[in-house]
Design a protein around this ligand. Structure first.
Ligand SMILES: CC(C)(COP(=O)(O)OP(=O)(O)OC[C@H]1O[C@@H](n2cnc3c(N)ncnc32)[C@H](O)[C@@H]1OP(=O)(O)O)[C@@H](O)C(=O)NCCC(=O)NCCS
Length: 213
Protein backbone atom coordinates (compact mmCIF):
# COMPACT_ATOMS: atom_id res chain seq x y z
CA UNK A 1 0.00 0.00 0.00
CA UNK A 2 1.56 3.29 -1.06
CA UNK A 3 0.59 6.70 0.34
CA UNK A 4 -0.19 9.51 -2.08
CA UNK A 5 2.45 12.18 -1.65
CA UNK A 6 0.01 14.85 -2.82
CA UNK A 7 -2.79 13.77 -0.46
CA UNK A 8 -1.59 11.57 2.40
CA UNK A 9 -5.09 10.38 3.27
CA UNK A 10 -5.45 8.63 -0.11
CA UNK A 11 -3.73 5.25 -0.39
CA UNK A 12 -3.10 3.13 -3.44
CA UNK A 13 -3.60 -0.61 -3.16
CA UNK A 14 -2.92 -3.49 -5.53
CA UNK A 15 -5.78 -5.67 -4.40
CA UNK A 16 -9.35 -4.85 -3.47
CA UNK A 17 -9.40 -3.32 0.01
CA UNK A 18 -11.37 -5.26 2.63
CA UNK A 19 -13.61 -2.26 3.11
CA UNK A 20 -14.75 -2.43 -0.54
CA UNK A 21 -16.54 -5.10 -2.55
CA UNK A 22 -16.71 -6.12 -6.23
CA UNK A 23 -20.06 -4.27 -6.28
CA UNK A 24 -18.21 -1.01 -5.59
CA UNK A 25 -15.94 -1.62 -8.59
CA UNK A 26 -18.93 -2.53 -10.76
CA UNK A 27 -20.84 0.60 -9.79
CA UNK A 28 -17.80 2.79 -10.43
CA UNK A 29 -17.20 1.11 -13.79
CA UNK A 30 -20.83 1.66 -14.80
CA UNK A 31 -20.81 5.24 -13.53
CA UNK A 32 -17.84 5.94 -15.80
CA UNK A 33 -18.52 3.68 -18.80
CA UNK A 34 -22.20 2.71 -18.58
CA UNK A 35 -23.08 3.92 -22.08
CA UNK A 36 -20.26 1.95 -23.67
CA UNK A 37 -21.02 -1.16 -21.62
CA UNK A 38 -24.71 -1.39 -22.51
CA UNK A 39 -24.05 -0.71 -26.20
CA UNK A 40 -20.97 -2.83 -26.77
CA UNK A 41 -20.07 -5.13 -23.97
CA UNK A 42 -23.26 -6.44 -22.49
CA UNK A 43 -26.03 -5.50 -24.88
CA UNK A 44 -28.89 -5.05 -22.49
CA UNK A 45 -31.08 -2.40 -20.94
CA UNK A 46 -31.42 -4.42 -17.75
CA UNK A 47 -29.07 -2.71 -15.32
CA UNK A 48 -29.41 -5.46 -12.70
CA UNK A 49 -28.35 -8.15 -15.17
CA UNK A 50 -25.45 -6.08 -16.44
CA UNK A 51 -24.33 -5.64 -12.83
CA UNK A 52 -24.61 -9.36 -12.24
CA UNK A 53 -22.49 -10.24 -15.28
CA UNK A 54 -19.83 -7.75 -14.20
CA UNK A 55 -19.89 -8.83 -10.55
CA UNK A 56 -19.41 -12.45 -11.51
CA UNK A 57 -16.66 -11.55 -14.00
CA UNK A 58 -14.67 -9.50 -11.52
CA UNK A 59 -11.09 -10.65 -11.03
CA UNK A 60 -9.01 -9.08 -8.30
CA UNK A 61 -5.33 -8.49 -9.00
CA UNK A 62 -5.60 -6.55 -12.27
CA UNK A 63 -6.32 -3.16 -10.80
CA UNK A 64 -4.91 -0.45 -8.58
CA UNK A 65 -7.36 1.10 -6.14
CA UNK A 66 -7.37 4.59 -4.64
CA UNK A 67 -8.77 4.42 -1.12
CA UNK A 68 -9.50 7.17 1.41
CA UNK A 69 -10.71 6.24 4.91
CA UNK A 70 -11.75 2.83 3.63
CA UNK A 71 -13.78 4.28 0.75
CA UNK A 72 -12.73 3.47 -2.80
CA UNK A 73 -12.41 6.72 -4.75
CA UNK A 74 -11.21 5.28 -8.02
CA UNK A 75 -9.43 2.46 -9.73
CA UNK A 76 -7.23 1.74 -12.71
CA UNK A 77 -7.75 -1.62 -14.42
CA UNK A 78 -5.01 -3.10 -16.54
CA UNK A 79 -4.08 -6.09 -18.62
CA UNK A 80 -0.63 -7.46 -19.35
CA UNK A 81 -1.51 -10.58 -21.35
CA UNK A 82 -4.04 -8.98 -23.68
CA UNK A 83 -6.81 -11.15 -22.23
CA UNK A 84 -7.39 -10.86 -18.50
CA UNK A 85 -8.30 -7.58 -16.87
CA UNK A 86 -10.63 -6.46 -14.10
CA UNK A 87 -13.63 -8.13 -15.74
CA UNK A 88 -13.04 -11.53 -17.26
CA UNK A 89 -16.38 -11.98 -19.03
CA UNK A 90 -17.17 -15.55 -20.13
CA UNK A 91 -19.95 -17.22 -22.04
CA UNK A 92 -21.02 -19.31 -19.05
CA UNK A 93 -21.85 -16.13 -17.14
CA UNK A 94 -23.90 -14.72 -20.05
CA UNK A 95 -25.66 -18.06 -20.25
CA UNK A 96 -26.48 -18.11 -16.52
CA UNK A 97 -27.71 -14.52 -16.45
CA UNK A 98 -29.56 -14.26 -19.80
CA UNK A 99 -30.46 -17.91 -20.51
CA UNK A 100 -29.16 -19.96 -23.42
CA UNK A 101 -30.58 -18.06 -26.41
CA UNK A 102 -30.39 -14.61 -24.85
CA UNK A 103 -26.87 -15.34 -23.66
CA UNK A 104 -25.80 -16.76 -27.01
CA UNK A 105 -26.66 -13.79 -29.20
CA UNK A 106 -25.34 -11.33 -26.61
CA UNK A 107 -22.14 -13.35 -26.43
CA UNK A 108 -21.76 -13.34 -30.24
CA UNK A 109 -22.19 -9.56 -30.32
CA UNK A 110 -19.73 -9.24 -27.43
CA UNK A 111 -17.17 -11.23 -29.45
CA UNK A 112 -17.91 -9.19 -32.57
CA UNK A 113 -17.30 -5.89 -30.80
CA UNK A 114 -14.24 -7.44 -29.17
CA UNK A 115 -12.71 -7.66 -32.65
CA UNK A 116 -12.70 -3.88 -32.80
CA UNK A 117 -11.16 -3.54 -29.34
CA UNK A 118 -7.68 -4.70 -30.05
CA UNK A 119 -5.84 -5.74 -26.95
CA UNK A 120 -2.11 -5.63 -26.53
CA UNK A 121 -0.52 -8.85 -25.30
CA UNK A 122 2.92 -8.24 -23.88
CA UNK A 123 2.17 -4.61 -23.01
CA UNK A 124 1.01 -2.97 -19.82
CA UNK A 125 -2.37 -1.85 -21.16
CA UNK A 126 -4.55 0.45 -19.06
CA UNK A 127 -7.98 -0.93 -19.75
CA UNK A 128 -10.02 1.43 -17.60
CA UNK A 129 -9.52 4.41 -15.34
CA UNK A 130 -12.37 5.79 -13.29
CA UNK A 131 -12.64 8.17 -10.35
CA UNK A 132 -15.87 8.79 -8.44
CA UNK A 133 -17.52 11.96 -9.75
CA UNK A 134 -17.29 13.70 -6.35
CA UNK A 135 -13.55 12.95 -6.08
CA UNK A 136 -12.47 14.17 -9.52
CA UNK A 137 -10.05 17.01 -10.13
CA UNK A 138 -7.94 16.20 -7.03
CA UNK A 139 -5.19 14.30 -8.84
CA UNK A 140 -6.43 10.83 -7.90
CA UNK A 141 -6.48 9.85 -11.59
CA UNK A 142 -2.95 11.25 -12.12
CA UNK A 143 -1.67 9.34 -9.11
CA UNK A 144 -3.30 6.09 -10.28
CA UNK A 145 -1.38 6.48 -13.54
CA UNK A 146 1.83 7.20 -11.62
CA UNK A 147 1.23 3.99 -9.65
CA UNK A 148 0.64 2.07 -12.89
CA UNK A 149 3.89 3.47 -14.25
CA UNK A 150 5.80 2.27 -11.19
CA UNK A 151 4.19 -1.15 -11.40
CA UNK A 152 4.89 -1.46 -15.14
CA UNK A 153 8.54 -0.49 -14.64
CA UNK A 154 8.86 -2.88 -11.73
CA UNK A 155 7.63 -5.69 -13.96
CA UNK A 156 10.00 -4.77 -16.78
CA UNK A 157 7.58 -3.15 -19.24
CA UNK A 158 8.93 -0.26 -21.29
CA UNK A 159 5.72 1.73 -21.76
CA UNK A 160 2.12 2.28 -20.75
CA UNK A 161 -0.57 1.96 -23.39
CA UNK A 162 -4.20 3.06 -23.25
CA UNK A 163 -7.15 3.86 -25.44
CA UNK A 164 -9.26 7.01 -25.23
CA UNK A 165 -12.33 7.80 -27.31
CA UNK A 166 -12.43 10.89 -29.50
CA UNK A 167 -15.16 12.63 -27.48
CA UNK A 168 -13.39 12.24 -24.11
CA UNK A 169 -11.37 15.42 -24.45
CA UNK A 170 -10.95 15.87 -20.67
CA UNK A 171 -9.27 12.49 -20.20
CA UNK A 172 -7.17 13.04 -23.30
CA UNK A 173 -5.91 16.35 -21.91
CA UNK A 174 -4.99 14.58 -18.69
CA UNK A 175 -3.04 11.88 -20.55
CA UNK A 176 -1.18 14.47 -22.62
CA UNK A 177 -0.27 16.37 -19.47
CA UNK A 178 1.14 13.12 -18.07
CA UNK A 179 3.32 12.53 -21.13
CA UNK A 180 1.21 10.22 -23.30
CA UNK A 181 1.35 10.65 -27.08
CA UNK A 182 -1.06 9.35 -29.68
CA UNK A 183 0.31 6.50 -31.77
CA UNK A 184 -2.75 5.42 -33.70
CA UNK A 185 -6.39 6.29 -34.36
CA UNK A 186 -8.95 3.53 -34.81
CA UNK A 187 -12.04 4.77 -36.63
CA UNK A 188 -15.36 2.99 -36.08
CA UNK A 189 -17.86 5.57 -37.43
CA UNK A 190 -21.55 4.64 -37.18
CA UNK A 191 -20.77 1.41 -35.37
CA UNK A 192 -19.91 3.14 -32.12
CA UNK A 193 -21.91 6.38 -32.55
CA UNK A 194 -24.76 5.13 -30.28
CA UNK A 195 -22.16 4.72 -27.54
CA UNK A 196 -21.12 8.38 -27.95
CA UNK A 197 -17.95 8.27 -30.06
CA UNK A 198 -16.67 7.46 -33.54
CA UNK A 199 -12.99 6.76 -33.01
CA UNK A 200 -10.60 5.58 -30.34
CA UNK A 201 -7.04 6.82 -30.06
CA UNK A 202 -4.25 4.59 -28.84
CA UNK A 203 -1.82 6.56 -26.69
CA UNK A 204 1.43 5.46 -25.18
CA UNK A 205 3.89 6.67 -22.62
CA UNK A 206 7.33 5.15 -23.23
CA UNK A 207 9.66 5.31 -20.25
CA UNK A 208 12.80 7.26 -20.84
CA UNK A 209 15.83 5.06 -20.53
CA UNK A 210 18.51 6.38 -18.28
CA UNK A 211 21.87 5.56 -19.91
CA UNK A 212 23.52 5.78 -16.48
CA UNK A 213 21.32 3.09 -14.90
C1 LIG B 1 -10.62 10.96 -16.37
C2 LIG B 1 -10.63 10.79 -14.85
C3 LIG B 1 -10.21 9.38 -14.50
C4 LIG B 1 -9.64 11.78 -14.24
O1 LIG B 1 -9.58 11.55 -12.83
P1 LIG B 1 -9.23 12.76 -11.84
O2 LIG B 1 -8.92 12.20 -10.52
O3 LIG B 1 -10.27 13.79 -11.92
O4 LIG B 1 -7.90 13.30 -12.53
P2 LIG B 1 -6.88 14.37 -11.99
O5 LIG B 1 -7.47 15.14 -10.85
O6 LIG B 1 -5.58 13.69 -11.77
O7 LIG B 1 -6.70 15.30 -13.22
C5 LIG B 1 -7.82 16.09 -13.63
C6 LIG B 1 -7.80 16.13 -15.11
O8 LIG B 1 -8.72 15.18 -15.63
C7 LIG B 1 -9.46 15.76 -16.68
N1 LIG B 1 -10.86 15.50 -16.44
C8 LIG B 1 -11.64 14.77 -17.24
N2 LIG B 1 -12.87 14.71 -16.78
C9 LIG B 1 -12.88 15.42 -15.61
C10 LIG B 1 -13.89 15.74 -14.66
N3 LIG B 1 -15.15 15.33 -14.80
N4 LIG B 1 -13.54 16.49 -13.57
C11 LIG B 1 -12.28 16.92 -13.41
N5 LIG B 1 -11.29 16.65 -14.30
C12 LIG B 1 -11.60 15.91 -15.39
C13 LIG B 1 -9.13 17.21 -16.76
O9 LIG B 1 -8.45 17.38 -17.99
C14 LIG B 1 -8.19 17.48 -15.62
O10 LIG B 1 -7.02 18.04 -16.12
P3 LIG B 1 -6.59 19.53 -15.66
O11 LIG B 1 -6.47 19.48 -14.17
O12 LIG B 1 -5.32 19.71 -16.38
O13 LIG B 1 -7.72 20.37 -16.15
C15 LIG B 1 -12.03 11.08 -14.24
O14 LIG B 1 -12.46 12.33 -14.69
C16 LIG B 1 -13.10 10.04 -14.65
O15 LIG B 1 -13.27 9.04 -13.96
N6 LIG B 1 -13.80 10.28 -15.75
C17 LIG B 1 -14.84 9.35 -16.22
C18 LIG B 1 -14.21 8.08 -16.80
C19 LIG B 1 -13.22 8.37 -17.89
O16 LIG B 1 -13.44 9.18 -18.78
N7 LIG B 1 -12.08 7.64 -17.82
C20 LIG B 1 -11.03 7.72 -18.80
C21 LIG B 1 -11.31 6.77 -19.90
S1 LIG B 1 -10.01 6.73 -21.10
Amino acid sequence: MAPNNGNPSVHYMYSLPQTASPDDVVSLYLEAFGQKVSHHEIISKDRKKIEEVLRRSFVDGYAIYAVENGKMLGYLGYSTDGVTDTFDIRFSIFFDVFGFLGGLWKWLLYLLFGLFYKTYPGYFFIDSLAVRAEARGKRVGSQLIAEAENEAKRRGFDRLILQVVDTNTGARRLYERLGFVQVKRRYFGALTRPAGYEAADIMEKPFRENPFD
